[in-house]
Ligand binder design. Structure first.
Ligand code: G3P
Ligand code: CA
Length: 378
């Protein structure tokens, strides 16, 4: 019996070594998984970009309610501030593309959001443009949808059976001095800066809102990242990345018009960062100023107006992961791109098509998009 012990120990040692080896190689293949766990962010993450904005008008009730009900981990939004100081969810810095401002305030089409009161913005129709732009996905119930306040988006996140987190971008923050502190105040008042690690949603439902990673803050602007970190040091933050136009230095300054590129997607696809050193300097800056992740632009296989420059090259993802930064590329809607970019190290995606990404990650919604929209009255 005693003779057997060293032999058994020998076997156990072998098994343990093999296990350790496989865990080590797994960790090497998926470094972002451990990094995401450290900050309490789901891995891989499904970030509903402006809600489920392929199927409903961006940043409106049906878009966010659909992303929530499909099972997205996060509702993504762009924060701006009205003239009377209310934080709202809106992407563009003017109202021409996504509202009927041309009919309601024809002489204010190019005016900034900060020049409108909330009451003025609430008079606009933020849904009809979608029906005109995407007739195949149009619904009469989208006519007359309203621009939402941050508080209203929080209501949507809290109302369903799924409890998604919020992934909040300070948009054009230089136009809104103090917006970072305002954001902190709203989130604190709603209890979204408290930690809720113990609460659980119903079995099989999303529970990100009850975890330490319930809010992720994101920005393209370095000064805003610093202010976000000052106001909310405990909240995970992501620095969004872009090459050129005053952001990461490009290898060439040729403009689109002079480039000979057939479209903007082809133009951006050809835009490269000046050097690996430049990229590394941005990663170092991000890490040193409170970021726990990056949001790089990505080239999409089929092009389109969301296809930008390739900032998900393997050497780039390695640099980010080596510095402890998770990687959430924007904005990716197609299974082929999910596959390619995941293999290069993406730890989740901003997507307009949460249903597609959930399917790719093997956790598809049990109910169809149409069923969920109808259940919410759309
Ligand atoms: O916030 C990530 C992604 O949304 C950045 O692009 O222009 O859609 O806000 P944009
Ligand atoms: Ca955004």
């Amino acid at each position: 019996m005693l003779n057997r012990i060293p032999k058994i120990l020998g076997h156990l040692t072998l098994v343990a070594s093999a296990l350790l080896l496989s865990q080590t190689s797994l960790a090497a293949e998926q470094p972002g998984k451990a990094l995401a766990a450290k900050i309490g962010v789901p891995w891989p993450a499904v970030i509903g970009h402006r809600g489920a904005s392929f199927d409903a008008p961006e940043e409106t009730i049906p878009s966010y309610a659909l992303a929530r009900d499909l099972g997205a981990d996060y509702l993504e939004m762009d924060i701006q501030r009205t003239k009377d100081g209310v934080l709202i969810a809106l992407h563009d810095d003017t109202l021409g593309r996504t509202t009927n401002i041309a009919q309601v305030y024809p002489d204010r089409i190019k005016d900034p959001i900060s020049s409108f009161t909330l009451e003025e913005l609430k008079r606009l129709d933020a849904g009809s443009w979608f029906n005109a732009a995407y007739p195949a996905r149009a619904r009469s119930s989208y006519v007359g949808l309203k621009i939402l306040t941050l508080n209203e988006v929080i209501d949507i996140a809290e109302e369903g059976e799924n409890k998604p987190g919020l992934y909040i971008e300070t948009k054009v923050p230089a136009q809104f001095p103090g917006v970072e502190a305002d954001l902190q105040a709203v989130l604190a008042k709603r209890g979204w800066l408290d930690q809720h690690p113990a609460k659980t949603a119903a079995k099989g439902k999303v529970n990100v809102a009850n975890t330490p990673g319930r809010v992720v803050l994101q920005t393209f602007e370095k000064p805003s990242l610093e202010l976000l970190h000052k106001s909310m040091p405990q909240v995970p933050k992501v620095l969004l990345l872009w090459i050129g136009d005053g952001y990461m230095e490009a290898s060439s300054n040729v403009k689109f018009e002079a480039s000979g590129a057939k479209d903007k997607a082809a133009f951006y696809a050809g835009r490269e960062v000046k050097s690996q050193g430049e990229f590394a300097a941005w990663m170092d800056w991000a890490k040193d100023h409170g970021a726990s992740g990056i949001g790089p632009a990505a080239v999409l296989k089929h092009g389109g107006d969301q296809s930008y420059m390739d900032m998900v090259k393997p050497w780039m993802t390695k640099m980010a992961h080596d510095r402890g930064l998770v990687i959430h590329p924007y904005t990716v809607d197609d299974a082929e791109d999910y596959k390619t970019l995941s293999a290069r190290g993406a730890d989740g995606f901003f997507t307009n098509r949460a249903a597609q990404l959930l399917k790719f990650y093997g956790r598809p919604s049990k109910e169809s998009i149409d069923t969920l929209l109808r259940k919410n009255g759309y």
